[in-house]
Design a binder for this molecule. Structure first.
Ligand code: FCB
Length: 455
């Protein structure tokens, strides 16, 4: 009997990037400021004082970049739109030059047979709106809905796949609580959670706006962080403990799956989270949850690593520390390929929505070798292991629809500046030369064989 396929027939093989991380042209063609422009100007906020002013200069080199995607055989490209590039003040006056950039980019992608997957918010929040209170302002959901309309009106004749927010855990938690991402604030929990609530409302209103105005039937999701617990063994008790830990809030932190996803899928904040946050819980007006809980078409998740969990006393989840010398990336993230099995499996069992891996990848110490090429065997090994784990989820009945490697090219890694290289394509930031790494060629073969070359 023939072996069954690793990936379903219509599986989408893609790669991802985000506007501020690659576009550059920060002060050109009428783009307004974003909170990341501001963050990059704060002393000691970004590694070595790097900024996204130029980044990969994708704004000017998008044609070349799309050609690269085409030459690798990418089927999907997850891009994000810079809100202040299209609405310099965040609302009101649209910037035609900015809108036209995305117009041309989408056309270019379609001509190259690369399907665009558009994320509306991957963290470049308009500075003008930050000055009006940012996500703390109760009007912020309407601002986001207005921005959504502008984009949908412009692009939805050609774009079908939409994501609203990327990783609320990060732009709310790291941005408003820890102060290490833009806007760099360190607020009290009550304000942080209120900002998070407004972001959720923004998500809901954005989904409504897309469905109301899209010219082609839209397919909509969002892309939260997938915080994954991996059972220490495959005993039923450890699996149950890992499942419990994936769907609970166990400390005063946003680093979990339920705080942002329960309102979206269950119309309520998780009870354990509400108990932990107590008086700091957000104020929820009547009708808010109906707005937030718009039906979605897929569960997008960004998964890079997992935590190992076992059943401890009374079966309660207990974290198992990594042993000394356990593998890590250049970023010092743990290398735990099973996260791409257990994450998708638990999310599927919990939400019964098709699973898209909207980000997965690794930063490594890449450089141009004497032969002029970039050899990145660590990335190949990482991707191979993770993709096989994802295929196993599919074999076990999880509805797996697509995979977006992070990232198509090295780029501005937020607080780490250009220190971390996540790309399939190497970028020389002095010359803007692109060099396809070994992993890009390898991934291209994975795509060509629909994953069969992973065996
Ligand atoms: C995710 C972000 C993405 C990139 C990767 C490495 O948290 O969504 O922009 O920085 O991490």
């Amino acid at each position: 009997m023939a072996e069954s396929r690793l990936f379903p027939e219509n599986f989408v093989w893609g790669a991802a990037a985000a506007s501020y991380q690659i576009e550059g042209a920060a002060y050109e063609d009428g783009r307004g400021l974003s909170v990341w422009d501001m963050m990059c100007r704060k002393e000691n906020a970004i590694w070595n004082g790097h900024t996204g002013d130029v980044a990969c200069d994708h704004y000017h080199r998008y044609k070349e970049d799309v050609q690269l995607m085409q030459s690798l055989g990418l089927q999907g490209y997850r891009l994000s739109i810079s809100w202040p590039r299209v609405l310099p003040e965040g609302v009101g006056r649209a910037n035609e030059a900015g809108l036209n950039f995305y117009d041309r980019l989408i056309d270019e992608l379609l001509a190259a047979k690369v399907t665009p997957y558009v994320t509306l918010f991957h963290w470049d929040f308009p500075y003008a709106l930050y000055a009006r209170g940012g996500w703390l302002n109760p009007d912020s959901p309407d601002w986001f809905a207005e921005y959504t309309q502008v984009i949908v009106d412009k692009l939805s004749d050609r774009v079908t796949y939409w994501m609203t927010l990327n990783e609320p855990q990060c732009f709310i938690g790291l941005g408003h609580r820890d102060g290490i991402h833009a806007p760099g604030d360190k607020l009290g929990w009550a304000q942080v959670l209120q900002a998070g609530h407004h972001a959720l409302l923004a998500h809901g209103k954005s989904v409504q706006a897309i469905r109301a105005r899209a010219k082609t039937t839209p397919i909509i999701g969002f892309a939260p962080v997938g915080v994954v617990s991996i059972p220490a063994t495959e005993s039923p008790a450890d699996i149950e403990a890992a499942r419990q830990s994936m769907f609970s809030v166990s400390s005063k932190s946003l680093w979990n799956n339920t705080w942002f996803s329960d309102p979206v899928f269950n119309k309520q904040y998780p009870a354990d989270g509400l108990a932990i946050f107590g008086q700091d819980a957000p104020q929820v007006k009547s009708g808010d949850m109906d707005i937030i809980a718009q039906p979605l078409d897929f569960y997008g998740c960004n998964i890079y690593q997992g935590t190992v969990v076992k059943a401890g006393v009374d079966g309660k989840p207990e974290v198992v520390p990594f042993p000394d010398g356990y593998p890590q990336s250049a970023f010092r993230w743990w290398i735990t390929p099973e996260c791409l099995y257990w994450g998708p499996r638990f999310f599927w069992e919990h939400h019964h929505l098709p699973i898209m891996i909207t980000e997965n990848g690794i930063s490594s110490m890449d450089w141009v070798a004497v032969d002029g090429k970039v050899h990145d065997p660590g990335r190949i090994d990482y991707l191979q292991r993770h993709l096989l784990a994802f295929a196993r989820a599919g074999a076990d009945g999880v509805d797996i629809r697509g995979y977006f490697q992070w990232s198509i090219m090295d780029n501005f890694e937020w607080g780490e500046g250009f220190k971390e290289r996540f790309g399939l394509v190497y970028v020389d930031y002095q010359t803007q030369q692109r060099i396809t790494k070994d992993s890009a060629h390898w991934y291209s073969e994975v795509i060509r064989t629909n994953g069969e070359s992973l065996r």
